[in-house]
Design a binder for this molecule. Structure first.
Ligand code: NAD
Length: 438
């Protein structure tokens, strides 16, 4: 039986949830406070870039199963389930900011006049779903609702694929009654034998933070091994490959680079440390992962400096890649930001390019030059610094780049180029965890 579902917040997670659940045959209404976003989504413009998103958005709009509104009242009318997918950004002290969730609860509570399952998809600190239950109970008869924690694990750039083929679905609950509803919503995933983890609210909340912190730990770990590999003349790619051949380790997330970024790992690791502090548990490993990540970004600036003879003053640097990873236009917490900021402070002139994220990055840093393509960025540059692993940078025409540059130097923080080829073309080439230029 198709269900009537409301999704509050239509960002990366909310919009993916909207189109995915609508494609399962449900009637879905997405609600957002951003009027312009709602207008564009209603017209079939996905606003953000995600592979396949536009197709699913348009198909489901056309099928009449999906609509968008700024009115919570309209979205909640007849809804059996409401997903909360608003942002939970980082507060200045590192804790998760729950003000968007609070605002939604205030608006939601007076509208609950029939049984409703409130599902938290946003990443929220341990104790939040219990608190949501208490807050709503102050305003609404508790028999009229249940609360479910259903953390999201999608990867930006692969959001649609991950929605339809998740590794697992985690559902934290208290009342058995919700099981039937959640089963019904995710029935298509049962058919493809997706594992479901049924657990308490607190367990579900901690699964999300523990998973993200573990992945961030793998990245910081291999980055430190890469730094050591540089010093001892070893090759981190061979090391990572051999490590990954051990099934207990797995080769995933062992790619060295300029440090992790994005809207999740940086804020979720910090929030986890704060949760630990609140309960008197020292999550020293996670604290160190955060510190190592910040140091890794600055190590890239040091590398650039060394490649340019010790100073960036007046040097022209072409930064290729601004998104925090390939296949997304998201620049939240992207390593390119602190790296460019630090280089500007040292007197560098930066000309940047990204296939998708330039518009978003321009809002963060309006004062640098932006180039139409990677070759225009390289024109007259003393150094090309690759910051995102876009495929088009893997296939750079190095001869053409060499002709355009003032000095032939490449700092490849994602190891996307073949060092031998770069050197044969006359470049001084440096990657991460590979042979070091001195
Ligand atoms: P986002 O910033 O892209 O989207 C949030 C949306 O909520 C925005 O469109 C905003 O306008 C809307 N909003 C804010 N307040 C609102 C209100 N009161 N009513 C209606 N709409 C409101 O955020 P996101 O990246 O989709 O992340 C959402 C949550 O999911 C966060 O908790 C995040 O940690 C978590 N998460 C994100 C990812 C990811 O890859 N982006 C992955 C897993 C989990």
């Amino acid at each position: 039986m198709p269900m009537k579902i409301a999704v509050v917040g239509t960002g990366y997670v909310g919009l993916t949830t909207c189109v995915g659940l609508a494609d399962f045959g449900n009637h879905v209404v997405g609600v957002d406070i951003d009027r312009e976003k709602v207008a564009r989504l209603s017209a079939g413009d996905p606003v953000i870039y995600e592979a396949g998103l536009e197709y699913y958005l348009r198909e489901n709009l056309a099928a009449g199963r999906l609509s968008f509104t700024t009115s919570m009242k309209e979205a909640l009318r007849d809804a059996e389930v409401v997903f909360l997918a608003v942002g939970t950004p980082e507060k200045e002290n590192g804790e998760a900011d729950l003000s968007q969730i609070e605002a939604v609860l205030e608006e939601l509570a007076p509208l609950i006049d029939h049984y409703l399952v409130v599902v938290t998809k946003s990443t929220v600190p341990v104790g939040t779903n219990r608190w949501i239950h208490e807050e709503l109970s102050r305003m609404v008869d508790p028999r009229l609702f249940d609360v479910v924690s259903n953390p999201e694990f999608l990867r930006e750039g692969k959001a649609i694929q991950d929605f339809f083929h998740p590794n697992r679905v985690v559902i934290g609950y208290e009342n058995e009654r919700v099981k039937e509803v959640m089963h019904e919503i995710y029935r298509p995933l049962y058919l493809i034998e997706t594992p479901f983890v049924w657990c308490s609210w607190e367990t579900a909340e901690l699964i999300k933070y523990a998973a993200n912190a573990f992945l961030a730990t793998k990245i910081s770990f291999i980055n430190q091994v890469a730094n050591l590999a540089e010093e001892v003349g070893a090759d981190v790619h061979v090391i990572a490959k051999a490590m990954g051949m051990d099934g207990r380790i797995s080769p995933k997330f062992l790619h060295p680079g300029p440090g992790f970024g994005g809207s999740c790992f940086p804020k979720d690791t910090k929030a986890l440390v704060k949760i630990g502090e609140r309960y008197g548990v020292d999550l020293s490993l996670v604290r160190e992962v955060i510190r190592a990540n910040e140091a890794q970004r600055m190590r890239m600036v040091e590398k650039a400096k060394r490649l340019l003879g010790g100073s960036l003053e007046g040097r022209r640097i072409a930064v290729l890649g601004l998104a925090f990873k390939a296949e997304t236009d998201d620049v939240r917490e992207t390593p390119a930001y602190p790296i460019i900021r630090a280089m500007l402070e040292e007197g560098a002139v930066v000309c940047a390019h990204d296939p998708l994220a330039m518009e978003n990055f321009r809002r963060l840093v309006p004062s640098i030059e932006y180039a139409e393509n990677e070759y225009e960025a390289a024109r007259g540059a003393d150094l090309v610094l690759i910051c995102t692993e876009w495929n088009e940078y893997r296939n750079l025409d190095l001869e053409r780049v060499a002709e355009l540059m003032r000095e032939r130097k490449i700092l490849d923080t994602r190891n996307v180029l073949d060092p031998e080829r770069a050197r044969k073309t006359g470049f001084v080439y440096e990657g991460v965890g590979r042979i070091l230029f001195r």
